[in-house]
Design a protein around this ligand. Structure first.
Ligand SMILES: Cc1cc2nc3c(=O)[nH]c(=O)nc-3n(C[C@H](O)[C@H](O)[C@H](O)COP(=O)(O)O)c2cc1C
Ligand SMILES: [Mn+2]
Length: 483
């Protein structure tokens, strides 16, 4: 049964021993962040801070901060089962004959349940404040000492494509400037920024309507970070994940719909052309992202539950909560990547690579220079374009084992031959690139080299002991208590 809202998820976390209530007073300025950092790094529980200093609204953090919590969030035993469900749809063929069509009906009915459903009202409308509200009334965190201020870190930002009318949802952090305005940190490659650019170029409007939901059922929250193609509705994908439509309600002051079961919704607009300094902010990379100009979000109305819960996260030196969210995407989206890159066997983006800095991929190699083709395909695939370093290995390497990867890659490369440098778009948070959003990438072809690739020396096998010897030594080991 899909969670209706954030509260149902909190209950599930608690019942599974994955949530601790923090009754001690703790400050949203730095202290909650420090506690959350320690909790995630020690494999600890999600935290519901019931007494944030100076506020009566509880703060939820680390709700997704382990693979187990991600599984609870998405109601699966393993994230791989989401990949399997996606594969079923990918493999769907035109049915043959009546029997084939009949067999397909349950799948089609299931698909019908993914579409978001518009409802007339919901808990997020329990309190509607068109005036007399202030963003300073919410326990928004200051995460790191050098941060420019308090940042809303897990907002679902809803916008519409002015040309197609299609919705987009992205998680873009928001620096609280004052009672009614924040930064809107949609990076230049993201859909919110694209909607903004198109409206600005059209020159027809002065304002772009934006709505922000904070805290919702976990599938809906998670869908905000998914790297979906433009115009593919995140709310549809959330419906797929929870096997139940996301219920949406119309906003009060803008022409957008938001989750009816959200905790808090901020409605408002971004003035086209208005920019303001945003940051610095202690970022995913574990470094501060520097201050830069971003649009400003003006809040015109707040709707919320009577007693809302403020959902947030912190980012910083890995692993943090966002690593597990990213890992879930990596696991779930593998079948979709395989649609584009069929030779792909597995991928691994280690925590230390902060998603885009390192992607290890294993492939079934069938023709010369195929590793190079795979690198270029990854660099051409949606947000995988940001990948700074791609390492390609043969499918006999277990790429989830980083020790094996390091050992085999370092042994198998002739660096001058096997490194491929290229230029391309760079994640906006990348600090060493020579210009913002502009820089280089490297691909390492660590596959076994073939004669057709100009390699005519023999390629040695990996060392492996005889099975019969192993068996005999097993017994001796047992006597000695070794291994
Ligand atoms: C905790 C967290 C914070 C994020 N903050 C930002 C942000 O400030 N700006 C941004 O562009 N992307 C941010 N992202 C990444 C986007 O949510 C992600 O790239 C998403 O796929 C964008 O969706 P879009 O393609 O619909 O724009 C964040 C992700 C997480 C998990
Ligand atoms: Mn999107």
């Amino acid at each position: 049964m899909a969670y209706n809202d954030l509260r149902a998820f909190i209950t599930a976390l608690e019942e599974n021993g994955e949530l601790k209530r923090v009754t001690a007073e703790i400050d949203p300025v730095l202290e909650i962040a420090e506690l959350a950092d320690r909790a995630v790094k020690s494999g600890g529980p999600a935290l519901l801070c019931e007494n944030p200093t100076g506020y009566s609204i509880p703060v939820l953090i680390n709700a997704f901060a382990s693979m187990r919590k991600m599984e609870l969030a998405l109601e699966v035993d393993s994230i791989d089962s989401i990949a399997a469900r996606i594969s079923e749809y990918v493999a769907m063929k035109t049915p043959e004959g009546l029997l084939g069509k009949l067999k397909m009906l349950p799948k089609l009915a299931e698909m019908g349940s993914f579409f978001p459903k518009e409802v007339r009202s919901g808990p997020v409308k329990e309190v509607i404040k068109k005036d007399g509200f202030s963003l300073l009334d919410y326990p928004v965190l200051k995460c790191w000492p050098g941060d420019a201020g308090r940042f809303i870190t897990l907002p679902l930002v809803f916008t519409k494509n002015p040309e197609t009318g299609k919705r987009n949802v992205g998680v873009y952090r928001m620096q609280v400037y004052d009672e009614r305005s924040t930064g809107m940190h949609w990076q230049t490659h993201k859909q919110g920024a694209e909607h903004y650019r198109r409206r600005l170029a059209a020159g027809k409007e002065e304002r772009m309507e934006v709505a922000v939901a904070i805290g919702a059922d976990p599938a809906t929250m998670f869908s905000g970070i998914l790297p979906l193609p433009p115009d593919l509705d995140e709310m549809l994908f959330a419906g797929f994940l929870r096997s139940k439509p996301v219920e949406l309600v119309k906003c009060e002051t803008v022409d957008l719909e938001v989750p009816a079961h959200a905790e808090i919704v901020l409605e408002g607009y971004v003035t086209l052309g208005e920019l303001k300094t945003e940051g610095p902010f202690g970022d995913h990379t574990g470094f501060y992202s520097l201050e830069d100009d971003f649009p400003v979000f003006h809040v015109t109305c707040v709707t919320q539950r009577e007693k809302p819960i403020y959902a947030t996260t912190i980012v910083g030196p890995p692993p943090m909560e966002d690593y597990y969210m990213g890992k879930a995407i990596e696991r779930a989206f593998l079948p979709l990547m395989r649609l584009q890159i069929p030779e792909l066997v597995d991928i691994n983006m280690p925590a230390e690579g902060i998603f885009h800095n390192l992607m290890i991929v294993s492939i079934r190699k069938s023709y010369p220079l195929q590793a190079r083709k795979v690198m270029n395909a990854v660099w051409g695939l949606g947000q995988a374009m940001f990948t700074k370093c791609i390492v390609v290995v043969d499918d006999d390497v277990d790429i989830q084992n980083l020790s094996e990867v390091t050992w085999k890659v370092l042994n198998n490369i002739d660096p001058e031959r096997d490194f491929q440098f290229t230029m391309g778009p760079i994640d906006q948070l990348d600090h060493p690139s020579r210009l913002p959003n502009y820089g280089s990438k490297v691909g390492i072809d660590a596959t076994r080299k073939w004669p057709e690739e100009g390699f005519h020396r023999p390629w040695p096998g990996v060392l492996k002991m005889d099975a019969s010897v192993k068996k005999r030594v097993d017994r001796i080991c047992k006597q000695l208590g070794i291994g």
